[in-house]
Design a protein around this ligand. Structure first.
Ligand SMILES: C[S@@+](CC[C@H](N)C(=O)[O-])C[C@H]1O[C@@H](n2cnc3c(N)ncnc32)[C@H](O)[C@@H]1O
Length: 277
């Protein structure tokens, strides 16, 4: 497959190596983050069931914070793989008219609703849906779709069968949810809509960019974040996972250097009918 070049980025943040590198002010069961001038709070009751947001997810928030694109006021948004509701909370706080928080994990709905209410946001503007993306058939299309898919390769030797695994690990070498987003984008996104994605360099960014640009989207890299590969939850199986990742890197389907990888905050829009900005 011929890959389109990954768009060049304007800024690159290098987060410190080791476990202290984080964009959070506080962690792990409660975090405070700033989004467009607001201080927002996220809690996770059981981090084995619902992922406590990592720097990978938070990077997209940080990129949107800096660039103020797109305008979020009044949008009808879909948060795919909502987890604890990080993006749903941020979008509602920034004035989204409605947010649908979709997750395969039933524990996500409760945690997202709790976090929306804890931030004093209007929970009547939130709809939580428990469903795999692959089976989700909304009766409307959205102005904005935002997602931070699982990005680590699955292997039966380290299967945990809990919410943390669902959040971090995916079939097809970690690409399963990225592939579903690409396949379903036209069903989900209204004409002129915007797709925002925190895309891991472990899961073949050029492939996603190529497929979406082939579908008529223009890709913009808002920011690139360099950080440690989040292997803490897989400490015992670190070598197995790194071996899988090295195989994928040898095939040109993953990029990382030692224990460091990058997360690209990507924005996709079709030229000529873009909204926001
Ligand atoms: C990396 S986490 C992101 C959570 C949150 N958006 C964040 O950034 O902190 C990925 C989320 O996708 C969900 N997920 C995994 N596979 C899914 C699928 N096929 N359909 C819908 N959600 C899925 C997981 O349960 C998890 O909550």
């Amino acid at each position: 497959m011929t890959h389109a070049p990954v768009p060049t980025q304007t800024r690159r943040r290098v987060l410190p190596a080791g476990e202290n590198g984080s964009l959070w002010e506080a962690r792990p069961s409660c975090g405070i983050f700033e989004f467009r001038g607001m201080r927002l709070r996220l809690t996770v009751e059981d981090p084995a069931e619902v992922l406590f947001p990592t720097d990978c997810g938070l990077s997209l928030i940080a990129a949107l914070n800096a660039d103020l694109v797109p305008d979020l006021a009044g949008v009808n948004a879909l948060d795919i793989g909502a987890g604890s509701g990080l993006y749903s909370v941020a979008l509602l706080a920034a004035g989204a008219e409605r947010v649908t928080a979709l997750d395969i994990n039933p524990a996500s709905a409760t945690q997202t609703a709790v976090n929306v209410m804890a931030n004093g946001l209007d929970s009547t503007r939130l709809t939580c849906v428990t469903s795999p993306l692959e089976e989700y058939t909304p009766d409307e299309r959205f102005d904005l779709v935002i997602t931070n898919p699982p990005h680590l390769p699955y292997d039966p030797s380290y299967a945990r069968k809990d919410g943390l695994e669902t959040a971090l690990v995916a079939r097809r070498g970690g690409r399963a949810v990225y592939d579903s987003v690409v396949e379903r984008v036209d069903t989900l996104l209204a004409p002129g809509g915007t797709l925002l994605m925190a895309h891991s360099s472990l899961a073949d960014i050029p492939r996603t960019v190529t497929e979406l640009t082939r579908g008529g989207f223009e890709a913009e890299t808002l920011e690139v974040f360099e950080m440690d590969i989040p292997l803490l939850a897989y400490a015992e199986h670190k070598e197995t996972m790194l071996t899988l990742l090295r195989e994928r890197r040898a095939e040109g389907r993953a990029e990382f250097d030692g224990a460091r990888f990058t997360v690209h905050a990507l924005m996709f829009r079709r030229p000529g009918n873009a909204t926001g900005s």
